[in-house]
Write a protein that binds this ligand. Structure first.
Ligand code: 3AM
Length: 189
């Protein structure tokens, strides 16, 4: 099974992001827009994991999440990967407060160790993927979308109270995501 660990979004944030995506999709070049119900902030991508390793992974994530207290997060602004040259993906930003980076590092390291991977060396850029662009957009289209989101918040800031183990199923119209297990952060109800 293809797994990753993510943060979920409160419904009002999901709705605000979905409304923005609808408006932008109508006036942008072709792209594969993420389904609103599939939007999430990826903390760690694990890839293919043998089902036999799942119980240990779940126990590990439960422990890591319980060790970290809830923290605030907000969705704000937009950008592209890569930041220059032909686009591959468009995203909305999640400015990292002091708590997100150490939480993400712990999740990525412990989850990777639990399934026998070396953790990703790539720096962590917290974001919500909005769309993937198999045919890269022209830079002016990217810049227009980024300008439309500049200085804009999507929903209210919210409290992250759980981590989520997600399964990704590759499908012709874009991956489908399913929450397998949720883990309360320390002290979260
Ligand atoms: O949530 P986002 O879109 O940032 O891009 C994939 C998605 O991230 C990423 O894992 C999330 C769930 O699929 N992903 C897929 N393959 C990956 C890989 N080989 C990957 N991230 C890193 N390495």
């Amino acid at each position: 099974m293809r797994l990753f660990v993510a943060l979920d979004l409160p419904e009002p944030v999901r709705e605000a992001v979905a409304a923005f995506a609808r408006t932008e999709a109508a006036r942008s070049p072709r792209a594969r827009w993420v389904r609103p119900e599939g939007m999430h902030l990826t903390l760690a991508f694990l890839g293919e994991v043998a089902p036999a390793r799942l119980p240990f992974l779940i126990a590990t994530l439960a422990e890591v999440c319980a060790r970290h207290p809830p923290f605030p997060l907000r969705v704000e602004g937009a950008g592209a990967f890569p930041p220059r040259g032909p686009s591959r993906a468009l995203w909305l930003g999640c400015p990292a407060g002091a708590a997100l980076a150490p939480f993400q590092r712990a999740v990525a390291e412990q989850a990777a160790a639990a399934v026998g991977l070396t953790p990703e060396a790539r720096p962590f850029h917290p974001h919500l993927t909005l769309a993937r662009t198999p045919e890269p957009w022209r830079r002016d289209a990217v810049e227009r979308l980024v300008a439309a989101a500049a200085g804009r918040s999507f929903g209210e800031p919210f409290e992250v109270t759980e981590g989520v183990l997600m399964e990704s199923e590759l499908a012709p119209g874009g991956s489908r995501y399913r929450a397998l297990e949720r883990f309360a952060l320390g002290g979260a109800a």
